[in-house]
Write a protein that binds this ligand. Sequence first.
Ligand code: LMR
Length: 399
Amino acid sequence: WWANVQKGPEDPILGVSIAYNKDTSPSKINLGVGAYRDENGKPYVLECVKKADKKIYEANVDHEYAPIVGVAAFNQLAAQLALGEDCKHIKEKRIATVQSISGTGALRIAADFFARFLKGKTAYVPNPTWGNHNVIFADAGIPVKSYGYYNPSTCGLNFDAMSKDITAAPEGSIILLHACAHNPTGVDPTTEQWKKISQICKERGHFVLFDFAYQGFASGSPEKDAAAVRMFVEDGHNIALCQSFAKNFGLYGERIGAFSILTESPEQALNVESQLKILIRPMYSNPPVYGARLVQAILKDKELTNEWRSEVKGMADRIINMREQLVKYLKKHGSTRDWSHITTQIGMFCFTGLTPEQVDRLANEYHIYLTRNGRISIAGINSTNVEYLAKAMAAVTKD
Ligand code: LMR
C-alpha cells in the first residue's frame, strides 16, 4: 500500500528540536522553537497556572465533553482579553468565538471557514511569516501570496512594500497580520503605520485576519500588545482573530487557543457560529477542556489575573535583558557588525541576519541550534550561555 510514500523532510522549526535532542554536547543550546525558558534554561510553569491547577483539582471537576465550541466562559474571557471589556461586538453579541487547538488550530479553523465562505479569495501573508501560515492556507485550498514586510538591509520594516502590496492585492483579499511581536522578524509597524494599513484595508475592502499568538510578549502589557487589533476594530473592520495561550500562559502542550469572527449583528454571529460547529464536528468533535479551565480560572479571578500580568511582564523583561547581554558580549568578542537590531526588534524572536551557512556552522561547530532563516528564540538564552553564544556568533560572522 505505501510503497509510493517517500520520506518527507522534518518541519523547519520543530525539526530543530529533534537535531538538538540528538546532540550530546553539554554546551548545546536550542534557540529554535519559540518556547519560553527560565534563567536556568528550564521550561517555566507560571505561578498563577499552578494556583489555577490547584483550584481545579480541589473543585473535583468531571471529565465530560465540552460543547463543540468549547468552554463558553473561556471563550468569552479570551475574546475580552484581546478586544477589551468595552468591545461593542462582545457587548452586543456580534461575535462568534470558538475554543481552538491553540493558535495553529485557530488558523486551521479560519482557513477552512474561508475556503467555504470566502471562496476564490487569496490570502496574503507577510514576507517572511511563520512558515506554518503558508501550509495551513494551502492545505485548506486557499491560494497564498505574500506582501513585502521585512527589509534585510535595515533589519526593520519595509513599510513602503507592505502598503504598496496590500494596496495592489485584489479587492476583498484576505490579509493576515501578526497582531504583535511578528514571528520570525520581531519587527512590528508603528501606531501610525498600523493606522495607514487599516485605512488601506478599508479602502480595498480587504478582510483582515489577525494572528495573536504573543499577547503580552511584545511590551510586557497585554493591553498595549492588543492596540493594533483594537484599532482595526474601532476603525470598523469586522476582523477574524486567532489567539494562542501557549506562550503567554506557558500552556504549550495544553493546546489552548480561540478563534473569533466579528460580525454585523447577533443573528450573523449565531449563523457564523453554527457553521463553525459544522466545520469542527467532523475534525475533532469538541476541544480538550483542561487548558480552557486553567485560563478561565486565571482570567475570572482578579488576583490571579494580576499575578499573570506580572509574570508575563517578567518573561518579556528577561527577554529584553538577554537581548542587551547578547549585544554586549558580541562587542566584547570583537564583532564589528552592527547588531543594534537585536535590541530594537521585539518579542520572543530576533531575526539575526545570519545566513543558512552560518546557521549550519553554529550547529556543527558550536552545538547551537536555530532555524535556517537566522531566527533565534531569545527565550532560549540565559546568563550561563549568552557569552558562549555571542562568541560563536562573532566567530561565524567574521569576514
Ligand atoms: C515557533 O514559531 O517557534 C512557534 O510558534 C512554535 C511552532 O509551533 O512553530
